[in-house]
Design a protein around this ligand. Structure first.
Ligand SMILES: [Zn+2]
Length: 154
């Protein structure tokens, strides 16, 4: 699925193909991709050892850097920290942490991802704005009806 990433330092946007992977724990960005798109990589105090599914240590070595950025997807905006490592042809991976946080409805056949089961904290501000708008419209409609109900001579 396509998501948008925004660099924190200059607000530059980058469109990226994200892979949902319940076999991965966190969020990952490919090293080559990060370098090519010039994402700011921060050195981690405590490097992470990468293990393969079978428990052996990944040949790519430890994860030493992270990229912090904003991620946009279907009305969501969230601050994410991604571990930078070699992902081959994949640009970014959203693992279990992300899947569990948003619990999206996934149609694996059609490759559709719907954010229908998000917690209320997701995109909270947006929803509040929408609510306010709805209220405003209702108020205006009330005014209209009042006008209609009150005869012209008043
Ligand atoms: Zn969400």
């Amino acid at each position: 699925m396509k998501v948008g990433l925004e660099k924190l330092e200059n607000h530059e946007g980058v469109a990226v193909k994200a892979l949902l992977d319940s076999g991965a724990t966190g969020l990952f960005m490919d090293t080559t991709f990060a370098r090519e798109k010039e994402f700011k990589m921060e050195r981690m105090k405590n490097p992470l050892l990468v293990k393969n599914m079978d428990g052996t240590v990944n040949m790519g070595g430890a994860i030493t850097h992270q990229v912090e950025c904003n991620m946009f997807f279907k009305g969501h905006k969230e601050r994410v920290r991604m571990n930078v490592c070699n992902l081959g042809k994949t640009e970014i991976i959203l693992g279990m942490l992300w899947l569990a946080a948003h619990n999206p409805e996934i149609d694996w056949e059609k490759g559709e991802v719907k954010m229908t089961r998000c917690l209320s904290i997701c995109g909270k501000r947006k929803q509040e704005e929408k609510k306010r708008e709805v209220k405003k419209v209702e108020k205006d409609e009330n005014k209209e009806t009042l006008k209609k109900l009150v005869p012209k001579r008043f």
